[in-house]
Design a protein around this ligand. Structure first.
Ligand SMILES: Cc1cc2nc3c(=O)[nH]c(=O)nc-3n(C[C@H](O)[C@H](O)[C@H](O)COP(=O)(O)OP(=O)(O)OC[C@H]3O[C@@H](n4cnc5c(N)ncnc54)[C@H](O)[C@@H]3O)c2cc1C
Length: 320
């Protein structure tokens, strides 16, 4: 099975002792104004509600804190992973070694212009879509119902069959691995279906400017309601999930392939393939990452066996 590897900053690392982790967290805590915690359960920060502890969990207050955290990780030889709302992640039961840097809910500023918006990397798409309707600007409706942040959306080129976030991007401010701020043009992201070059470049989106078109607010609201209704009728939105687990292969929906292969309702422990949407794997309450991975493997094998289709992961498996 092909997998997506969208790690932001990576460095090989041998496991640190509890005392070493706590000492490193205390040192970083002295340097920055934001939150620093050791052994933070990642189940608190993923929409799957699954995942063991991050060695050091950081919520920077501003760019200075973010740059300090990135440089700290670099100097200590620790890997660092930036996350948004954790809505595209399956975190291993063993957790994540090194730093996890969460940009939400900080980095959420939104500034409206006549022809678009400048948005912080930690801003939630849901808020953006709602405010865009009030501002009379159209374009973001394609992201209705995607529970991520702007940074996560740009990293994964989130979207639907009506469009993707990359279509709207004008430029972005990113922080690179050395802790330096850089301006990126839209083309540098090399966006294509659920892909951006961000991971390979080891860069975090701090903010971005999106291009939008003026339109009557009532038309935008009507479109949002229509798309929201369509999503609610097809997807198990109340369940703990990470949205679609597999990318759509060319010309066919992965959900359809899995449905026809008889995957709906399949269970491994507390992990289950939704009866409503076969590409949504849900945590029924107490699923482990190991159970979810086993279920993913079984769904993948079903598609291969029945249709010869090698489904590619859309979600990202992190840690372990
Ligand atoms: C119910 C449900 C429905 C969904 N529907 C859709 C859908 O229709 N279309 C779709 O595309 N996705 C969908 N998703 C998946 C998910 O919401 C998107 O991929 C979303 O864009 C991820 O954003 P996030 O902030 O949660 O990112 P995370 O899951 O936290 O991270 C995802 C990736 O982005 C990187 N990243 C996060 N923030 C930044 C940043 N500031 N700078 C650089 N890299 C960063 C992370 O390192 C990671 O590699 C759905 C998920 C759920 C739970």
């Amino acid at each position: 099975m092909s997998t997506a590897h969208q790690t932001w900053v990576t460095a090989p690392m041998t496991a640190m002792s509890r005392r070493e982790v706590e000492a490193a967290a205390a040192e970083l805590n002295d340097r920055i104004g934001g939150t620093v915690r050791s052994w933070e359960p990642m189940s608190r920060h993923t929409t799957f509600r699954i995942g063991g502890p991050a060695d050091i969990f950081v919520q920077p207050l501003d760019c200075h804190d973010l740059a300090e955290a990135v440089r700290f990780a670099e100097v200590k030889g620790m890997p660092a992973k930036v996350i948004g709302n954790g809505s595209n992640l399956l975190v291993a039961d063993e957790g994540i070694r090194g730093l996890v840097i969460r940009l939400a809910p900080q980095f959420s500023q939104i500034e409206w212009h006549e022809d678009g918006v400048t948005v912080g990397g930690g801003a939630r798409l849901a808020r953006l879509v709602k405010e865009a309707a009030s501002a009379g600007l159209t374009g973001l409706e394609s992201t209705v119902g995607i529970p991520g942040t702007l940074g996560g959306a740009l990293a994964t080129n989130a979207g639907t069959d009506t469009g993707s976030i990359g279509d709207l991007l004008a430029e972005a401010t990113v922080l690179d691995q050395d802790g330096e701020l850089r301006q990126w043009t839209a083309s540098q992201f090399a966006h294509r279906y659920r892909y951006s070059s961000l991971a390979d470049a080891n860069a975090a989106v701090v903010s971005a400017r999106l291009r939008l078109e003026p339109a009557p607010p009532e038309d935008i609201v009507a479109k949002i309601e229509r798309l929201r209704g369509k999503r609610a009728s097809r997807q198990p939105l109340r369940a703990w999930s990470a949205g679609s687990v597999f990318k759509n292969p060319r010309g066919v929906a992965a959900g359809k392939v899995l449905d026809r292969a008889g995957a709906k309702g399949l269970r491994v422990g507390e992990a289950q393939i939704s009866r409503k949407h076969a590409n949504f794997l849900v945590n029924r309450g107490n699923a482990s990452a190991a159970q979810m991975r086993e279920l993913i493997a079984r769904a993948h094998a079903l598609a291969v066996r029945r249709y010869g289709i090698d489904l590619e992961l859309e979600i990202e498996i992190v840690g372990g």
